[in-house]
Design a protein around this ligand. Structure first.
Ligand code: XMP
Length: 326
């Protein structure tokens, strides 16, 4: 019979057998899949695993700290955090085109990860146990999708922590290959991972970089992080986290509109709320959020976030709109 306990036991056995005394590395993204995969492998081989977290500076408020503190506390995993914010922001300077942004972020990510990987391999070399394994949080639907060839990849070049180097000399450990998302969450819970990580809604690999329409700058990221944190806080307070699939919050950095605040005229940017309901993100409907929740979010964002004087609601389903704006 299928129980999370059995799945864990079975995988721990299999991983131990596969890895032996060698070493493994895993890229953590802050998302559910890589977190649960890493926790499972950690349970199996302990300190033979090293995790790498690339902080590209495009994460939401509190997310990096959650990985650095809560995830490590819950699993005891060896974590290497690479602070690469400057590098990513420099690479993104002057770039507004969505596809170009995605390509740059994906490319830089691989470079930073490979560098960290080389360092870990060099250090492990001294200890004599080679790094031969790479952990990936591939789920069953990913396995099916890449075999079945759905069209999404042609619409946007998806960047995933999963989509790492092809010239790879690693063997893969993919302990979630037979699981669906809800099962992965159950396994994560059983492994004692923090609720905030286990119940996390989908968040794109390129992060807030593709939620700023226009050039990505540190200042704009900070604005968006504030607005996003407010929206998340209020949705959680209203008990809506399970009802909505995700709610991208988008900064229209290239748009300004006239407003009035206090006694003065303002000329600020709009923030877009994009709450959607969905089964698999292939199609989606816009969520009919309660007006009082929308009102609260709007009031707080315009009061608390500098340079934002308008909040608008995206009422487009997918298709024709994608979930993300870029
Ligand atoms: P779209 O915008 O294509 O998004 O309707 C569908 C789902 O995929 C997420 N998304 C991504 N996830 N890397 C990811 O890991 C990406 O590059 C990426 N782009 C979009 C999006 O948040 C939604 O859940």
């Amino acid at each position: 019979t299928w129980t999370t306990g059995n799945v864990i036991e079975e995988q721990v056995e299999a991983i131990r057998e596969q890895v032996g005394t060698k070493r493994a590395i895993c890229a953590l993204s802050g998302g559910v899949d890589s977190a649960v995969a890493a926790a499972l492998v950690q349970k199996a081989i302990g300190s033979q695993l090293t995790c790498v977290y690339v902080d590209h500076g495009l994460m939401r408020k509190g997310e990096t700290a959650q990985v650095e503190k809560d995830f490590v506390a819950a699993t005891g995993v060896q974590l290497r955090v690479v602070d690469a914010e400057k590098r990513f922001l420099t690479a993104l300077e002057g770039v507004s085109d969505p596809e170009e942004k995605r390509k740059i972020i994906g490319r830089e990510f691989i470079r930073v990860f490979e560098q960290a990987q080389a360092e870990i391999i060099a250090e492990a070399g001294a200890s004599g146990e080679p790094v031969e394994f790479l952990v990936q949080g591939t789920l069953y639907p990913d396995v099916v999708e890449s075999g079945g060839g759905t069209g999404t990849a042609n619409i946007k070049s998806h960047h995933n922590v999963g989509g790492l180097p092809e010239d790879l000399e690693f063997q893969l450990i993919e302990p979630l290959r037979k699981l669906f998302k809800d099962e992965v969450r159950m396994v994560g819970q059983e492994l004692g991972l923090p609720e905030e990580i286990v119940q996390r809604q989908p968040f794109p690999g390129p992060g807030l970089g593709i939620r700023i329409v226009g050039e990505v700058t540190k200042e704009r990221l900070d604005l968006l992080r504030e607005a996003d944190a407010i929206a998340r806080e209020e949705l959680t307070a209203a008990g809506l986290d399970r009802e909505i699939w995700q709610c991208p919050v988008v900064l229209l950095a290239d748009v300004r509109s006239v407003g009035v605040q206090g006694d003065g005229r303002t000329y600020g940017h709009p923030i877009v709320l994009r709450p959607v309901s969905s089964e698999d993100a292939m199609t989606a409907d816009w969520s009919r959020l309660p007006y009082d929740v929308l009102s609260k979010i709007s009031t707080r964002i315009t009061n608390e976030v500098r340079d934002v004087n308008r909040v608008v609601l995206d009422v487009t389903s997918k298709p024709p709109g994608t979930i993300e704006w870029e």
